[in-house]
Design a protein around this ligand. Structure first.
Ligand SMILES: Cc1ncc(COP(=O)(O)O)c(C=O)c1O
Length: 390
């Protein structure tokens, strides 16, 4: 990894070369792509001008393909109209209306810029609604203090947060009951490597209601992918609040928190606000994204193409059991489990050398720009790479 003026090489941790491709051994050729200059559809060009087919898809922030023309056109119109101003834009209300028309359990919606901010806002609103402080979470919810146990987070903040076990109904029931009337909120990622079981979802809904806590679905990866309305739509669960981000604006910076009007009304009793939450470019991009999502039935495409990829990955696992020990995820977001860390690195590097960016760990994402032929060529590349490392 070359020396960088940006500490840690980049401001987005999961785009570090060692995150994507594994750390290079001393003396090893480190010719992996480190920085990019352009992306279009499902293709990316690095600083050396090399072209790749991409499955990182901006860490799931892009479901229509990079630079979708309709989204770009909407963004360009918003730029021409001045981007920001002294008043909230008409677009803010229009987008909130369009989202709640399509996702009716979003009775009210507020916008922010990042996923982490939007989840933190959901937790704040739950604390306001319940007058309680404790939070349970399951999955990744961003870098902010409320859910992190890392250095720099005050011990008093850490003490309010506990991890909930994914797909473990008994453990979940027990933790929620133990927290009881001190529990403000349960925040879950509805898919963590595998799909949620009906029983776990039922326990989440019933037990949060029982103790009077707010149930939040962190749908930052799953909304606009499993369905426009995410996992709540696919699995028929109605959380109290939902957090949206990533694919919401097809790569433009926007996130949202929404849900039951009574809980969202808490915004008037606390302070949740950001200067650029109402800039128009991302709002316009999100409105255009939603229109394409509906018109092109994007989630059906992601499921169909993703299933083709997933089946292919299972085939590769059967053909290379010494290298690949399993397949994680679902059609829309998937990855391979490797027998050893160094194999995951060799495969990621081998794929990059052959013109494919395929993540070593969770998740690879398909987009509207990935078609059957692209997926088939990628599976051929993976087969060749696995043959070479195995
Ligand atoms: C489920 C989930 N929640 C929250 C976040 C944080 O979003 P952001 O990185 O936009 O702050 C992420 C990001 O990967 C995520 O996947």
């Amino acid at each position: 990894m070359s020396d960088s003026r940006v500490p840690g090489f980049t401001s987005t941790g999961s785009k570090r070369p060692d995150a994507l491709f594994g750390g290079a051994e001393p003396g090893e050729d480190a010719s992996v792509p480190e920085r990019m200059v352009r992306a279009s559809g499902c293709r990316v060009w690095d600083a050396q001008g090399r072209e790749y087919v991409d499955y990182v898809m901006a860490l799931g922030a892009v479901a229509l393909g990079y630079g979708h023309p309709d989204v770009n056109r909407a963004a360009e119109q918003a730029i021409a109209a001045g981007v920001v101003g002294p008043l909230p834009p008409v677009l803010e209300e229009e987008l909130a209306e369009a989202l709640s028309r399509r996702i009716p359990w979003l009775e009210r919606v507020r916008f922010l810029k990042t996923g982490a901010e939007a989840v933190a806002a959901a937790v704040r609103l739950a604390r306001v609604a319940t007058g309680r402080e404790r939070a349970l979470g399951c999955g990744y919810h961003g870098w902010l203090d409320w859910c992190q146990g890392t250095e720099g987070v005050p011990a008093a903040t850490r003490a309010l947060y506990g991890e909930l076990p994914f797909n473990d109904p008994d453990g979940t029931r027990q933790l929620i009951r133990e927290a009881g009337d001190r529990l403000a909120v349960v925040v879950v990622e509805p898919v963590v490597v595998v799909e949620p079981t009906r029983q776990w979802l039922d326990v989440l809904r019933a037990e949060t209601e029982r103790v009077g806590a707010v149930l939040v679905f962190d749908e930052i990866k799953t909304a606009f992918r499993l369905g426009v309305g995410g996992a709540a739509e696919r699995y028929g669960v109605r959380p109290d609040l939902v957090v949206l981000g990533k694919a919401l604006a097809n790569g433009f910076p926007l996130a949202a928190v929404g849900g039951r009007a009574a809980v969202m009304a808490g915004v008037s009793r606390t302070w949740i606000s950001s200067t650029l939450a109402t800039e128009s470019v991302a709002l316009a991009a999100a409105k255009a994204t939603l229109e394409v999502m509906e018109r092109a039935d994007v989630c059906a495409h992601l499921h169909r193409v993703g299933t083709r990829l997933l089946h292919g990955l299972h085939r590769l696992q059967r053909q290379h059991p010494d290298v690949v020990t399993g397949v994680g995820g679902i059609a829309e977001m998937c990855f391979l489990h490797f027998a050893a860390e160094h194999l995951s690195r060799d495969v990621a590097r081998g794929c990059a050398a052959r013109g494919v960016l395929f993540k070593r760990t969770a998740y690879n994402f398909v987009s509207l720009a990935h078609d059957d032929a692209t997926v088939d060529r990628t599976l051929d590349t993976l087969a060749e790479t696995l043959g070479a490392v195995g």
